[in-house]
Design a protein around this ligand. Structure first.
Ligand SMILES: [Zn+2]
Length: 294
């Protein structure tokens, strides 16, 4: 599932490819994804220039310049479990390929799951594909963004600025759940999930089963540093592997190579050699080293 580093990678890709471009067409192929799609997506976006691509936790925020009688609009996108954003040169009828250009690629099977397609003034298209449809798209006035039901309860985003140790301590103090559950709670911190919390806790040498309120000053220091390091490395790996197109899908692809504990049950801990354990916590798999994470 896409977590903060994957979504940040997609954000950078969208910025690189589409910033400054104006929407020429919006094709909505179904009424809903996880939530209903806005009915007036096309009239509110056509003719608008993309001025910023932001992110809050796992949400992408595409901001469009104001138009006649409408203030800035923000397209809010969540990739859910299987959502992908694909940027491509438009290959419509009557468009002849440039001389010497690579031959047009065959239509991928997932085109069937492309639910919304935006066309831009330079001929590029942005498609949102999502086979399982746990993703979402909404359009909201910039001024209403902080009140949006999907955003208003989100905690601070830990990238690029990791939370300070004292803020982490304060946030964890009142919680009796496991630290794993606390750190995946989007209200405490937005953007982390199963994968990166497993990696962060291994880096900080804290057991995922430890109660959140049993974190010391030293643990909070280690946790803050681990969040900075693991997310930084995740974003760096994503930027390197998703070079020329924008895509975040359910499989872990190139990110997987660098995981130290996630999905590595039975493999030696890179720090101490003890086999990595897998446990269920709240119905989700957690991976950790029982020797060096206490
Ligand atoms: Zn270990």
């Amino acid at each position: 599932l896409p977590e903060l580093p994957e979504v940040e990678t997609v954000r950078r890709g969208l910025h690189r490819r589409l910033i400054g471009r104006t929407v020429r067409s919006v094709e909505v192929r179904r009424a809903d994804l996880r939530w209903p799609l806005p009915k007036d997506l096309a009239p509110r976006l056509k003719g608008r220039r993309l001025v910023q691509v932001g992110r809050r936790g796992k949400y992408l925020l595409l901001e469009f310049a104001p138009g006649p009688a409408l203030p800035n609009q923000v397209l809010l996108i969540h990739l859910g479990m299987t959502g992908r954003l694909i940027v491509r040169a438009k290959a419509g009828p009557g468009k002849r390929p440039l001389k010497g250009a690579a031959p047009e690629r065959k239509t991928a099977p997932e085109t069937a799951h492309e639910h919304v397609v935006f066309g831009f003034d330079d001929g590029q298209e942005l498609a949102f594909a999502d086979p399982r449809r746990f993703g979402s798209i909404d359009l909201v006035a910039m001024a209403d963004l902080d009140r949006h039901p999907r955003l208003r309860d989100l905690g601070p985003d830990p990238f690029p600025n990791a939370p300070a140790p004292d803020r982490l301590l304060a946030a964890l103090k009142g919680r009796t759940t496991s630290i794993k559950a606390a750190l995946t709670d989007q209200k405490l911190m937005a953007g982390l999930g199963n994968i990166y919390v497993s990696e962060i806790l291994h880096e900080a040498m804290i057991s995922p089963r430890r109660p959140a309120n049993k974190v010391s000053d030293a643990d909070a220091e280690a946790l803050s540093a681990a969040i900075r390091k693991v997310l930084g490395e995740g974003v760096a790996a994503g930027g390197a592997s998703l070079r020329d197109y924008v895509q975040a899908n359910g499989d872990l692809g190139n990110f997987q190579a660098q995981f130290k504990v996630y999905d590595r049950e039975g493999h030696p801990c890179p720090r101490c050699g003890q086999p990595i354990k897998r446990v269920e916590q709240g119905g989700r798999a957690t991976f950790y080293c029982a020797r060096c994470q206490r």
